[in-house]
Design a protein around this ligand. Structure first.
Ligand code: 13P
Length: 256
C-alpha cells in the first residue's frame, strides 16, 4: 500500500517571506514550471496578506494556496488573529496548524493546535498538522513517545470522517532550517509510528488513507530518497519553496 492509495502532496511553507508582488511572481513561475506535473498535489502556504494576490496568480493552474494559521473562534476580540471563514472566502483550501515555530515562539500547545484544527475543519479547510520532536527529545530516545502523544492530543475528538481532511507533517524540529535532514530511514520510522497511532485511534483503513509528509531541510537533492519511503507521502518545504526552480525539482521527484 502506498502511492496507489495516497497521492503525494508537496507543500511549500513560505513562513514570513514574500510580499504580495513577490508572491505573484513566484507563483506564476512555479505554476508555469509544474504545468505538466500532474502526479502530485502542489500547495504553497503564504502569509495572510499575500492571499488575494496568490489566489489570483494560482487561478487555473496546478498550484493550490494555503494559509499558515487559523484561529479557533469564529469571530470576536482576538486582535491579530484570522478566522476560518475569512480564509475560505478568500479562496483558501489548506491551512498549516501547529508548526514548530508557532509552538516555540508563540505559545502554541497541543491544546490550541487541537482547537485550531477543529475550527479549521468546521470552516471547510483542509489541515496540514505539524508535529515533531526537538533535539533533546531525540537524544533522550523518546521521539516515539513524543510524536505519539502529539498525534493523540492534536487529533483528540476528530472523527474518522474529519481525518479525510487532515494531512500530518512530521517535522523534526532539529531539522528545520538547519540543513540537517533526517535520513530517509529516520523519517520513515517516525512516519510509520504516526500512522500506527492513527490506526489505533481510528482503523487501519483510516491510517492507510492519511497523507503523512516529511518536513525539515527537504530540498532538491534529498527529496527523491525521502519520498521513496513507504510511509512518506510528500513534503512540507520551507527554504527551498522560496525558489521556484528548486521547489519544482521537489515536485518533480514526487511524480513517480
Ligand atoms: P526548511 O525546509 O527551511 O527546513 O523548513 C521546513 C519547515 O519548517 C516547513 O514547514
Amino acid at each position: 500500500m502506498k502511492k496507489e492509495v495516497r497521492r503525494a502532496i508537496i507543500a511549500g511553507n513560505w513562513k514570513m517571506n514574500m510580499t504580495p508582488s513577490a508572491a505573484k511572481e513566484a507563483i506564476g513561475k512555479t505554476a508555469e514550471l509544474t504545468k505538466d506535473m500532474n502526479g502530485c498535489d502542489v500547495i504553497l502556504c503564504v502569509p495572510f496578506v499575500d492571499i488575494p494576490a496568490a489566489v489570483e496568480a494560482a487561478k487555473g493552474t496546478n498550484v493550490k494556496i494555503g494559509a499558515q494559521n487559523v484561529h479557533f473562534e469564529k469571530k470576536g476580540a482576538f486582535t491579530g488573529e484570522i478566522a476560518g471563514d475569512m480564509l475560505v472566502e478568500c479562496g483558501i483550501e489548506y491551512v498549516i496548524i501547529g508548526h514548530s515555530e508557532r509552538r516555540q515562539y508563540f505559545g502554541e500547545t497541543d491544546k490550541t493546535v487541537n482547537l485550531r484544527t477543529k475550527a479549521a475543519l468546521e470552516a471547510g479547510l483542509k489541515v496540514i498538522l505539524c508535529l515533531g520532536e526537538v533535539l533533546e527529545e531525540r537524544e533522550a530516545g523518546i521521539t516515539s513517545e513524543i510524536v505519539s502523544m502529539q498525534t493523540k492530543l492534536d487529533l483528540a475528538g476528530l472523527s474518522a470522517e474529519d481525518m479525510k481532511n487532515v494531512i500530518i507533517a512530521y517535522e523534526p524540529v532539529w531539522a528545520i532550517g538547519t540543513g540537517l535532514t533526517a535520513t530517509p530511514e529516520q523519517a520513515e520510522e517516525v512516519c510509520a509510528i504516526i500512522r500506527n497511532v492513527i490506526a489505533g485511534l481510528y482503523s487501519e483503513e483510516v491510517a492507510e488513507g492519511v497523507t503523512i509528509q516529511y518536513g525539515g531541510s527537504m530540498n532538491e537533492g534529498n527529496a527523491a530518497a525521502l519520498l521513496s519511503k513507504v510511509n512518506i507521502d510528500g513534503g512540507l518545504i520551507g527554504g527551498a519553496s522560496l525558489v521556484p526552480e528548486k521547489f519544482v525539482q521537489i515536485v518533480e521527484a514526487a511524480q513517480a
